[in-house]
Ligand binder design. Structure first.
Ligand code: ITT
Length: 193
């Protein structure tokens, strides 16, 4: 069957495609049309992932998968959280705003969260998973890989920011990697039903 990847974020799309091209999966991937925009009105990552998957599936009449993700910073009471994409107009703006709001505060703890949802062509959500990666916000960006907030998110266990990690390492330890690790066996079972 066909699975529409419901994102307009190129960095996210690249990572989602890497997980979904697993040879054990029977899905053939399709991109969401650029003019199909879904409003994220939910209060949680899981709710927004569900909204995006469900509405894209219904609009196109095919299975759809969506990812809703973001960075929750402890010292900012969990901000930007589900508002991570709306924190600025460009990745550079969003990073600058986060660093300025955090200032010199010594508590740099943060979590990246990724919720993934899969919907049937009629819009019913059939799979939902969530993955979390703990780390620290640096005082200035490091590394050139990845996308979004990657250059300021440092993972102590790897001693690298997401932007310094080779893609395979980010895939192994990231919030998205963990969410897809839980999702892929279920997605495989669905495609062979
Ligand atoms: P779609 O809704 O179309 O998928 P989006 O970019 O609006 O695209 P979200 O609403 O889920 O996606 O917002 C996620 C925000 O968090 C966005 O600013 C991303 O750049 C950032 N983000 C998510 N995963 C990330 C990662 O692995 N590394 C760095 N930043 C990430």
């Amino acid at each position: 069957p066909t699975l529409v990847v419901a994102t307009r974020n190129p960095g996210k799309l690249k990572e989602m495609q890497a997980y979904l091209t697993d040879p054990a999966l029977n899905w053939s991937l399709r991109l969401k049309p650029a003019d199909l925009e879904i409003e994220e009105t939910g209060q949680t990552f899981l709710e927004n992932a569900g909204l995006k998957a469900s509405q894209v599936a219904q609009a196109i009449g095919e299975w759809a998968i969506a990812d809703d993700s973001g960075l929750a910073v402890d010292a900012l009471g969990g901000a930007p959280g589900i508002f991570s994409a709306r924190y600025g107009n460009t990745d550079a703006d969003r990073i600058a705003r986060l660093l300025s709001e955090l200032g010199e505060r010594p508590d740099r703890q943060a979590q990246f969260v990724c919720a993934v949802a899969v919907a049937r062509p009629d819009g019913t959500i059939v799979l939902q998973t969530e993955g979390i990666c703990s780390g620290e916000i640096l005082y200035s960006p490091r590394g050139v890989g990845g996308f979004g907030y990657d250059p300021i998110f440092y993972v102590p266990t790897e001693q690298m920011t997401f932007a310094e990690m080779p893609p395979a390492v980010k895939h192994r330890v990231s919030h998205r990697g963990r969410a897809f690790e839980a999702l892929l066996p279920q997605l495989k079972a669905l495609s062979s039903d």
